[in-house]
Design a protein around this ligand. Structure first.
Ligand SMILES: C[S@@+](CC[C@H](N)C(=O)[O-])C[C@H]1O[C@@H](n2cnc3c(N)ncnc32)[C@H](O)[C@@H]1O
Length: 267
């Protein structure tokens, strides 16, 4: 499907409780931090630090992703699209959508996708690149949408950065319609122990130097490595989905467990 001004989320105003749709136009980057940009969030994931860190990497975020994942990110996104299985005119929330690269596969199916994020910098870069998408400012733990709105909610490489994971899982459940689904794509834990060791070494040692060559903020990639190590493994995340109200929870490993897709349904 090609995109044009005709790509419109029908009735976006009706599903929003509050929060602006990000307008196209000159960007206002980094409005969240009064003391200059935060280059690297700490592991307690203070929302203003996380938002500021992403404001700071926004411009080169997609390029850095491609380089650091050796192009694997494109394959992972295809698998997410298959798992979400969005149909024409279905409503899909792509939470922590950043620049909206993760939203594009859903838009291509003819679904109405809402990219939502709390980094103004990421949203503005996205709006400049894909002005037809209804970028919406919002915090994952207090979503600006009505109950039972979306056919599917999804979050790619975002949940790990949210300070209160369980609150975000409950909010995603609240805005999903009964029968709807959640798909989480997140870095996880390689399942084969020898590979896990090599991977952890690669992450901790190679990521920041490589990031130095391509990213506007290499320090952010030290945070990336640390936050992946501290993230719950596949069964532990599945359990948290269940506690937040999701049923029939299952997961699938990609690239040996470097990434995992978790899926669940709302009864
Ligand atoms: C690694 S990026 C992922 C972007 C995109 N989903 C992708 O796959 O490329 C993580 C995003 O999560 C967003 N984020 C983190 N915590 C958030 C929160 N509490 N509410 C909304 N967005 C959040 C950040 O601003 C950032 O844009």
């Amino acid at each position: 499907m090609g995109f044009s001004q005709e790509y419109r989320f029908q009735g976006i105003e009706e599903i929003l409780v509050s929060g602006p749709i990000v307008p196209a136009g000159p960007s206002a980057r980094r409005p969240y931090c009064n003391n200059g940009p935060v280059t690297r969030a700490s592991l307690d994931k203070q929302p203003h630090e996380v938002a500021s860190m992403f404001d700071d990497v926004a411009e080169r975020y997609d390029l850095t992703n491609d380089v650091l994942s050796l192009g694997q990110d494109r394959r992972w996104r295809k698998e997410v699209a298959k798992a979400v299985d969005a149909r024409p005119a279905q409503k899909v929330l792509d939470l922590a959508a950043g620049t909206g690269t993760s939203s594009l596969p859903f838009a291509r199916t003819g679904a109405y996708v809402v990219p939502c994020d709390f980094s103004q910098g990421m949203l503005q870069v996205g709006k400049e690149r894909q002005p037809w998408l209804p970028y919406t400012a919002g915090d994952a733990t207090r979503l600006p949408f009505r109950d039972d709105t979306f056919d599917a909610v999804t979050i790619s490489f975002g949940l790990r950065n949210v300070q209160d994971t369980d609150a975000a899982l409950r909010e995603m459940h609240r805005v999903t319609r009964p029968g709807g689904r959640i798909v989480i794509c997140e870095f996880s834990h390689p399942t084969w122990a020898p590979f896990r060791t090599v991977y952890t070494e690669y992450l901790m040692r190679a990521l920041p130097p490589v990031a130095r060559a391509v990213s506007s903020n290499p320090d952010a990639y030290v945070y990336l490595a640390e936050s992946i190590r501290a993230w719950p493994d596949q069964p532990a995340l599945a359990q948290r989905l269940g506690k937040a109200g999701w049923s029939r929870v299952a997961w699938r490993n990609l690239s040996g467990g470097i990434v995992a897709l978790h899926r669940g349904f709302k009864n």
